[in-house]
Design a protein around this ligand. Structure first.
Ligand code: AMP
Length: 397
């Protein structure tokens, strides 16, 4: 259930947002994306006649309240964005928070102090969740970035709002877009996976083989696959202990009729540096002393063709060391191919830290269908795991 499907008139609505924004040493926000993302939900609740109590964590405070991690620093920016005065409670639970919450009038907003000033938050402590719940009539979760954690404010609190736990717009958007690639996608569905290592992506690879038609592998992890298939990878990034895992994935793909695409050529370097000497060779013939830092032009051509023939695409992880401009061509070309497919009607979802950085670097964020801001939560979702924050709303547990 989301906030459009519940009568919020005269209700006090406690909203878990993700205001974990970066601050500089003057406590100014250096990237306000997360605050911006929460505004539509807040405005909707206010316009529906409710009042809003905002709660979030900020940073990783270790020993209780610390000014450095106070959410008070966010007030000026929040007031500017909402074009209204925002009240503040110096503690997220207790007398002051209760009094300020009780006095809230429809149309007003109260921001609570950092949830992580209490260790109980991350422990998922039920009595702490209950104290937060005491402040409101309705619970909304709009913090997709922490949906993979069973913390007090992201999941446990929902127990105290039977029939009144709702998704905010951001959460709803993330989940419904992810479902477009994980449940009933328009086929063919292609997953483009890159990034450094196989080890961080085993569960993703295994889960995606059950779902996709095509699986494209690039980035550093391609070399473990190439070595597993008997290729020579020189000094490229390889995880020898994962060769059996790579072979198992190749076998599973074959059994399931999934087409697995591994690069046929690579841009190699004689050191791990943007200024290294470079050349293009067959991806399974990399000489000793050289390492693969990007996919080659023939591979780009093959992958592009697969991408342009897909109706749904999920992209996670760069194709090479795209932070080095001289080894970024493969990542850029694949990002452009995904944008091109999108322009002719393909649904494309990009997510996971570095692929989001890549679409931003090439100014393509608005040329793909959806950019997930979920990070870890998004990766766990595509690993096939149930997210406690999502489950809590759907099942009320
Ligand atoms: P991940 O966090 O696993 O998605 O990995 C992203 C990182 O993988 C980026 O910082 C890339 O520089 C790195 N990467 C991509 N391709 C390679 C490669 N061929 N060798 C080493 N690192 C790579």
């Amino acid at each position: 259930m989301n906030i459009d499907q519940y009568n919020l008139k005269n209700k006090r609505v406690i909203v878990r947002v993700d205001f974990n924004v970066p601050l500089n040493d003057k406590f100014e926000i250096t990237d306000d994306t997360r605050i911006k993302a929460a505004i539509p939900t807040v405005k909707k609740i206010l316009s529906a006649g409710g009042s809003v109590i905002l709660m979030s964590h900020l940073g990783r405070p270790k020993d209780g309240p610390t000014d450095k991690y106070s959410l008070r620093h966010l007030l000026p920016d929040l007031e500017r964005k909402l074009e209204m005065k925002v009240l503040f409670a110096n503690d997220c639970i207790g007398t002051e928070a209760q009094q300020k919450a009780a006095a809230l009038q429809p149309g007003q907003v109260l921001l609570l102090e950092n949830l992580r000033f209490y260790k109980e938050e991350e422990k998922g402590d039920e009595s702490f969740a209950k104290k937060l719940a005491l402040l409101a009539d309705v619970y909304v979760n709009d913090a997709f970035g922490t949906a993979h954690r069973a913390h007090a404010s992201t999941a446990i609190i929902a127990r105290f709002f039977p029939g009144a736990s709702l998704f905010g717009y951001l959460m709803q958007d993330e989940v419904s877009n992810l479902e477009k690639v994980t449940k009933k996608p328009v086929r063919p569905l292609t997953a483009v996976l890159g990034g450094a290592k196989v080890s961080g992506k085993i569960e993703i690879i295994n889960n995606l083989i059950d779902k996709v038609d095509n699986l494209i592998i690039g980035g550093g992890m391609m070399f473990t696959f190439i070595k597993a298939m008997g290729g020579k990878v020189g000094n490229s990034l390889v995880e020898d202990e994962l060769i059996p895992t790579a072979l198992a994935a190749l076998e599973k793909a074959k059994e399931k009729g999934v087409k697995l695409y591994i690069p046929t050529d690579a841009v190699i370097a004689d050191s791990f540096s943007n200024e290294a000497n470079q050349k293009v060779v067959e991806a399974n013939q990399i000489p000793d002393g050289w390492m693969g830092l990007d996919i080659g032009p023939e591979t780009v051509k093959d992958f592009t063709e697969v991408i342009l023939n897909s109706h749904s695409i999920l992209w996670n992880g760069p194709m090479g060391v795209f932070e080095f401009d001289n080894f970024s061509q493969g990542t850029r070309d694949i990002a452009l191919a995904i944008a091109k497919a999108t322009s002719s009607g393909t649904f494309s979802l990009v997510g996971g830290g570095d692929s989001v950085a890549a679409v931003n670097k090439y100014d393509l964020a608005d040329k793909v269908s959806y950019v997930s801001t979920g990070g870890g939560a998004m990766l766990e979702y595509i690993e096939g795991k149930e997210l406690p924050g999502v489950k809590a709303i759907i099942e009320g547990v």
